[in-house]
Structures are given as structure tokens and as C-alpha cells.
Design a protein around this ligand. Structure first.
Ligand code: DWN
Length: 409
């Protein structure tokens, strides 16, 4: 199969009435960290262009990279980000409390990564992790969680149903933006949850992307930038109803969406749909205005970093998140500005960032090098990180928040 292909129709509604609202150019894959010996080899880059569908208002990529390339081996571990792990432990316990009534009940997680959520509830019910990344699935299995290393689909759902029975809960966190055939996912889940099960998923909210969040969450893994409005129509098209929604402070702001066949719809749904209408998420010009804000911020951040370097100061990247690579590559921030990136993920340490080839090192290097400034690439965990680095800050180190408008704290 080709490494990627270009769609000409909306993945949600099939319309060809699509408008290019943001072109970030040819970009490397955001999680394709490189070994030293790979630095001088050709590096895959793909068009990173965001389109607005004038018919269903969805925001999406049309250049679809082969999911086997993206997800069969994965550098990203939920457990490497303590605040995220704590969030999913809490989420697992909440869902078990609300929807699980027997140890025989089955909870299936699509894209459960290294098993953080399911591990928190595996004593309360049966659990099953479906994750395509073989290296990560192995970590999940070592936690005693039955893990099938495959892509979820209607076919996979039928196999799970025949071998495990209906699921009381299907969870899918930071997955529903990553899968081209969303109708197939919703249909598979509908089969799996039966008459009285629920589908609960968290996904980054497009209202945050264009507002307080950052454009850096745009990369090839994220085919969609979702609104509730679009998800509601999609779910209803295959016979599921979205009955509740909450905003959670994850990856900026994510939606936690609740869907089922027959649950009573709560007022949160209409309230949120009205909020999206007020934000103009159904208008092309909303996203064109967002694109302009990005180029304004590029100049601001580059000038800021250049000024700091002229003063002879050291700047390092704090965190080596996927989103950080969109920012670094689009803004062309390289080794001349950042000495290195620190990251708590062992799988990333000793590697180099895709595109800009900045070395990724353990956070232990921070004490050794005492940087003057940190470019907070993992800005979505700012509260936890600033609390953790209080001593460093008291000694004079400063943090730079890169998006939506670069600022020194
Ligand atoms: O959809 C996805 C999002 C939800 O998660 C995936 N495609 C990949 C991933 O994106 P990301 O890499 O931008 O996610 P995070 O969770 O924002 O990544 C944070 C990075 O920062 C991790 O590599 C861990 C690191 N980190 C750190 O070095 N020190 C995190 C914390 C909290 C820290 O204190």
C-alpha cells in the first residue's frame, strides 16, 4: 500500500464541497522519533492540510497516512504523563461506579495504550484492551490485562462479541480523531454494547483548538478535529444517541461523550450544541480566522526565542510531545534555538525529534544543565509541571508557553 493517499470527499458525509482552511506544508510524522543513525537517511514527510466540509461542518485531513505506519509501533505511553494517568484512573473508576454492576460485566477499551485505565478497574469487572501497537500491547498484558493487538473494526467487534459477549461499557480515549472509518467504529461499538451498554469516549474539542488550545494538535494521527455537532449526526446515522457530554481539562479541553441506544438524553447535549453554534463552528470563516492567528503567533515566538538567544541564554524544550513536533517543524525551531528536549518517556529518550532532529534526553539533564528558559511543549500539563519545577523557577528558570499566543511566565 502507498504510505498515504489523498481523499477527495469528506470522510464523514461524502461531500466534495470541501475548503482548504490551513496548509502546514510537508511535515514528518509527529511521533516518528529517530535514532542517531537514521538522521542522515531520507525522512518521510506528508502534506498536512486541514479542510472544512461546507456540507457537514467537519474539520479534517484529506491526506491519510497508512495507520499501519502510524500505530503498529508507538512511542507514546499514557503512563509517561502523570496528570494524564491520574485522569484516566479517575475516569475508569467513575465509569465503573456509574455503569458496572457485576464482576461479570465487560469493559472494552479501544486504544487502551499501556492499560492505565483498565488496570484501575480490573478487580471490579472483566476488562479487554484493543490496541494496534504491538510494543504497547505487551506493556498492557504485563499488567494482567487481556490485550488484543489489532485495529478495532466491525469485524473485530463481532469476534469480541462471539468470544466475550456484550460489553457493558466501551471506552475510546483519544482514538475517535485517529480513525478514518468512524462509521465503522460506531457500528462496531453498537454491536458490542447491545441494548443496555454505553459508549464513552474522550476526544480533543475543536472549539479549544481554535480558541485557547493550540494549532500544534494538528498532525497526521489526528484525521479529525471534532465538534459535538458533527459527532451527534454521525452517531445518529448508525442508530446511536449521544445522551451526555462533559468537558474535561485534558489536551487543552476534550469532550467526554456518552452514547448508547436508548439512554435518556440529558440537557448537557443541547446546551453544548448551542455553545458550538455561538462559536461559529459551522462557518468556514471561523477556521480561516484561526489560521491567521497561527502565523501571527509564529513571528511572536520566533522573535522571543531569538531575543533570548542573543542574550546568551540557554533554552530547552520541556516535553517531547507529538504536538511539539508540529510546532517545532512549522515554526522551524531547531537546534540553534533549543539545546535539547527533555521527556519522561523512556522510549523517546536517546532519540531525535522528527524533522528538526533535536536530541531528546531524560529530565535528569535539567539539574545538570540548569537551562535559563523552558519552551513548554507539553503546555497541556502546565499546572502540574510548573508545580513540579517550582524549585527551578525559584532559582530563576523561566517557562515559555508557546500557544495560542507565546508568553513568558
Ligand atoms: O492523540 C494523541 C494525544 C492525545 O497524545 C496521540 N496521538 C499522541 C499523544 O500526543 P502528545 O504526545 O502531544 O500527548 P501529551 O500527553 O501531551 O504528551 C506529553 C509528553 O510530555 C509525553 O511525551 C510525556 C512528556 N512529559 C514530560 O516530559 N514531563 C509529560 C509530563 C506531564 C511531564 O511532566
Amino acid at each position: 500500500m502507498e504510505k498515504y493517499y489523498h481523499r477527495t470527499a469528506c470522510s464523514i458525509c461524502g461531500s466534495r464541497n470541501l475548503s482548504l482552511v490551513l496548509d502546514l506544508g510537508q511535515m514528518p510524522l509527529a511521533n516518528a522519533f529517530l535514532k542517531k543513525e537514521e538522521l542522515f537517511l531520507p525522512e518521510d514527510k506528508f502534506p498536512l492540510c486541514v479542510y472544512f466540509c461546507r456540507d457537514c461542518s467537519s474539520l479534517q485531513l484529506l491526506d491519510i497516512v497508512d495507520p499501519e505506519i502510524l500505530f503498529k509501533y508507538y512511542d507514546y505511553l499514557t503512563s509517561a504523563s502523570k496528570p494524564l494517568a491520574e485522569h484516566f484512573v479517575w475516569m475508569g473508576k467513575e465509569l465503573a461506579e456509574e455503569f458496572v454492576s457485576s464482576q461479570k460485566d465487560l469493559v472494552v477499551e479501544i486504544g487502551g495504550n499501556d492499560g492505565v485505565l483498565l488496570e484501575a478497574i480490573k478487580e471490579k469487572c472483566r476488562v479487554l484492551n484493543i490496541d494496534p501497537a504491538e510494543n504497547v500491547a505487551e506493556i498492557s498484558r504485563r499488567k494482567g490485562i487481556e490485550t488484543i493487538s489489532c485495529f478495532f473494526s466491525e469485524g473485530a467487534a463481532e469476534k469480541i462479541l462471539s468470544e466475550h459477549g456484550n460489553a457493558k461499557v466501551v471506552v475510546a480515549n483519544n482514538v475517535m480523531a485517529h480513525i478514518e472509518n468512524l462509521k465503522g467504529i460506531f457500528s462496531g461499538v453498537k454491536k458490542l454494547i447491545g441494548e443496555d451498554g454505553v459508549f464513552v469516549f474522550e476526544v480533543h474539542w475543536v472549539g479549544n483548538l481554535i480558541g485557547e488550545g493550540g494549532f500544534d494538535q494538528i498532525y497526521h494521527e489526528h484525521i479529525f478535529y471534532h465538534s459535538l455537532t458533527v459527532l451527534k449526526h454521525l452517531a445518529e446515522s448508525i442508530g446511536l444517541k449521544i445522551f451526555d457530554i462533559k468537558i474535561v481539562p485534558i489536551h487543552g479541553q476534550s469532550m467526554r461523550v456518552f452514547a448508547a441506544k436508548n439512554f435518556e438524553i440529558r440537557s448537557s447535549v443541547d446546551e453544548f450544541l448551542a455553545k458550538e453554534k455561538n462559536l461559529g463552528l459551522d462557518k468556514e470563516e471561523t477556521f480561516l480566522a484561526f489560521a491567521q492567528k497561527i502565523s501571527d503567533n509564529k513571528k511572536r515566538l520566533i522573535d522571543m526565542l531569538g531575543q533570548i538567544k542573543e542574550e546568551g541564554k540557554m533554552i530547552v524544550g520541556y516535553g517531547a510531545p507529538a504536538k511539539g513536533n508540529t510546532l517545532l517543524n512549522y515554526f522551524q525551531i531547531g537546534h540553534g534555538l533549543l539545546d535539547f528536549l527533555t521527556d519522561t518517556t523512556p522510549l523517546k529518550q536517546g532519540l531525535y525529534s522528527p524533522g528538526m532532529h533535536i536530541p531528546v534526553v531524560s529530565p535528569d539533564k535539567i539539574d545538570e544543565k540548569r537551562p535559563d528558559y523552558f519552551l513548554l511543549l507539553a503546555w497541556n500539563y502546565a499546572d502540574a509541571i510548573l508545580a513540579k519545577e517550582q524549585k527551578m523557577i525559584e532559582k530563576g528558570s523561566k517557562f515559555i508557553i508557546p500557544v495560542p499566543e507565546a508568553k513568558i511566565l
